[in-house]
Design a protein around this ligand. Structure first.
Ligand code: SIN
Length: 290
């Protein structure tokens, strides 16, 4: 292939140069790229992209059906979709003539995209359009390696457990949602789902932890205190430094991450010091399986 791929860390992440995601990519080349994405742990950075909204969406569709097309993101986010291109969710702290150009502080907590749906997110494809001079990195936690490092007794315990994921957790507790802009219909059950606490990745067969503090409300059947203690223990384990990779964005980066094997956290350390605008296309997954 004409593109070059370079590892970003010993276990997680790779950067691709020499590939134009807006140009036609034949099925064999796309399969190779998809395999590279899975092989590097699900964090692939395509450098130097020059994408229009339509070309980003066309490329994202090759990974699967998209939120905004085959299903909708939660109603509270609809105001942040790109006008004319509902498959792109705008993450931005920019305000023009008093109108926010995206959701500021989006993802400023550990989460896996849309995990509160029966069919959550598989890939997310986030494209950097405007960046502050420094800061605004994104952290990724490798939930496969975190799972693999658990003691066998804990793995056996988790194999029997399921957890409730609920958009309301982030909406009410993350401090990143403006209460006045939350849509009440988001809390009538359509943004709540039960998933296994440990899942098997449908494409790689690797086991992964599938709980996150952003959206995971409770472990099913456990007393609230025991559930909170277990979730806190798993969270502390999954975000140990050896499982976390920090992505420092460059303009034109298209980062493709796998929500079935990673959690992520936007670092909001640039407030008042620059504009950060990115567009996200989000691919719908199959229901997670233990
Ligand atoms: C997100 O959670 O999708 C946004 C991540 C970021 O802005 O870095």
């Amino acid at each position: 292939m004409a593109w070059r791929i370079e590892k970003l860390g010993p276990d997680l992440g790779a950067a691709v140069t020499g590939l134009d995601a807006a140009a036609p990519l034949d099925p064999a080349a796309f399969s190779e790229l998809r395999a590279a994405w899975l092989d590097c742990g699900g964090l692939l950075v395509l450098r130097d992209q020059d994408l229009t909204p339509d070309s980003q969406v066309a490329f994202a569709r090759r990974f699967g059906p998209l939120f905004g097309e085959a299903d909708q993101l939660q109603a509270s986010l609809h105001r942040y979709l790109l006008p004319g291109q509902p498959a792109l969710y705008r993450v931005s702290n920019k305000v023009t003539d008093g109108v926010p150009q995206g959701r500021a502080r989006a993802g400023d907590y550990w989460h896996s995209d849309v995990s509160f749906r029966a069919r959550p997110a598989a890939a997310s494809l986030l494209y950097a359009i405007e960046l502050p001079e420094s800061g605004g990195d994104t952290l990724f936690a490798d939930m496969c390696r975190a799972y693999a490092a658990l003691p066998e007794g804990m793995k056996a315990r988790l194999a029997k457990l399921e957890a409730v994921h609920d958009f309301e957790v982030a909406a009410r507790t993350s401090g990143t949602y403006d209460a006045a802009q939350l849509e009440h219909r988001d809390f009538d059950g359509q943004n709540r789902a039960v998933h296994p606490v440990a899942i098997t990745h449908p494409e790689t067969g690797r086991r992964a932890l599938f709980v996150n503090p952003g959206f995971t409300a409770a472990v099913v059947g456990m007393a609230p205190g025991d559930s909170a203690a277990l979730l806190a223990e798993l969270q502390a384990h999954a975000t140990r430094p050896e499982f976390v990779t920090r992505h420092q964005w460059r303009l034109g980066d298209l980062v493709i991450w796998d929500n079935r094997s990673l959690m992520h956290h936007a670092v909001v350390d640039y407030d008042g010091r620059g504009t950060r605008t990115l567009h996200r296309a989000t691919v719908i997954a199959e229901p997670p399986r233990a």
